[in-house]
Design a binder for this molecule. Sequence first.
Ligand code: FAD
Length: 508
Amino acid sequence: MSYWSRLDAIFFKEANEIKNKQYDYIVVGGGAYGTSFVHRILQLSPKSKILVLEKGDMLLPEHYQNLPPAYQSVFAETTAQPWVMSDSKYNVHGQVPFLGGRALYWNAWVPQPTPAQMVDWPQDVIDELKLEWHDVDTFIGRSTTIQVNGYTGEFHDVMRERLFTNLSKIPTSDYYDRASALDGAMATLNNNSNKAWQRFAPVNVLVNNITKYTQQIDVVLNCEAIGLDRSKLGISHIKTTKGKIEVGKAKVILALGVIEAITLTQPAFKENKLLGRNFIGHFRSQVLVRVPKEAAGVNNDLLQVAALYLSGMTLGREFHTHISCIYNPREEAQKDDLYRVIPDPTNLELYMDSDYIYLLLQSMAEIKGERTAQSANYIKATNDKTEIHFSLDKPELAVWDEIDKVLIQIAHVLANGSKVEYLQSNNTWSTKVPAISFMRDYNLIHEAGVMWMGNSAKDSVTDSWGKMHETNNMYVLGGALFPTCGSWNPTYTGMAMAYRLARKFSKK
Ligand SMILES: Cc1cc2nc3c(=O)[nH]c(=O)nc-3n(C[C@H](O)[C@H](O)[C@H](O)COP(=O)(O)OP(=O)(O)OC[C@H]3O[C@@H](n4cnc5c(N)ncnc54)[C@H](O)[C@@H]3O)c2cc1C
């Protein structure tokens, strides 16, 4: 028996073990939102019976940055794009079809949107999320400073102050009334007792719940939901790769990803002309910059990392920039520590020259949608394939030009007059701003919108709880519900919505 199949036998169930069992909730997808829902419903209603259907196997027990650096290479090999694009210039960042999903690899930026940014969201959702943020903070260990070996670092303060005092040089940035508002929040479990820096990932959460609530929760791996049977009340059966599952009195919670939710639901709800419309998300650019070490403004030789988050508006669109600042004065000696704490370790090998500080700057901006049956960008799924109809129009391309400029403005502000060098496509450093094709990522991220919330079936796909209007028993979690998505990273909001739904159910 292999190690993984032994783990399967300890923690997970086979399809024949769940036959004829009745559940309160059947959760499709064991990633970020499915796990948040399971965790919260068991906290609030410990007697709930839950079945989780997960398409994939157990791949990693943890977020890849909580494991040794060798695991970094696994990421590229484990993503899939089971859809076709209408315009081959673009794609959508791939799914991670394993327990834990995309959250095995996420960078863990967790900004909280302001009510003003949640344009056209139902007011009850905006109001009620206020009850959830705090508990989600505890759940994911939300923190605004990165500690390396327990030390927050003066580098963080130097960079933050520099950005704050020079905001007028970045004309599109929001107005900030205090420097601390620029701190980037991360889901790091930084606040646990031994101060170890742990990135939040769902697998441990699920496994902990399985062991704590042995009689309450069954998780079946390698069990892909491939179709839905409808009844008068909503969904009667879920067709899976391991056979048909009767829903009975359970509520079905879709937590399988945005495109995946359309792939599953659209063939069963062909008459719904809004389902799959309003395909929105973010496009993005990045530069990696190095600046002579003297620009760091600190005098010790400790590894320090700062994460800052600057939001703004340009040409009527929301955008924001993640700023990761790296001060690595001991080169290879601290590589493993750096890998663990840095928001995005993709370029780790490049951060090893102690004569420099490094700035990884990543901007993303919103793609606006149309909540009508005629929207230009949409997903169309049949039993055979899922097509994403997507292109960017001229105003959006103009926004992209603007957010590219912001990256350069921020680089100069943080360099504080020192020489700025950019990483080029041939892996050399030069003072020349890199070609646009190198800065831009044509894989869209944070896809959203296609099952947006609203008041009625005439102008939305789901109600403000995420229940599909046509059903009594099927709820959706995640970005699919967002009527608009601004530019903020969505996962913290999606988790707060999963918490809100669990609170609603636990009151009954
Ligand atoms: C590299 C990277 C960096 C990111 N960084 C950030 C960040 O810094 N901040 C942020 O807010 N967001 C970030 N994200 C996005 C974040 O990971 C997602 O928003 C979040 O994981 C979405 O949660 P989910 O539950 O919808 O999907 P997932 O976490 O992907 O989980 C979906 C689960 O459903 C399973 N599944 C799929 N189809 C089926 C099916 N048919 N039947 C059964 N199961 C199915 C999948 O295997 C998976 O386990 C990042 C994503 C990536 C890839």
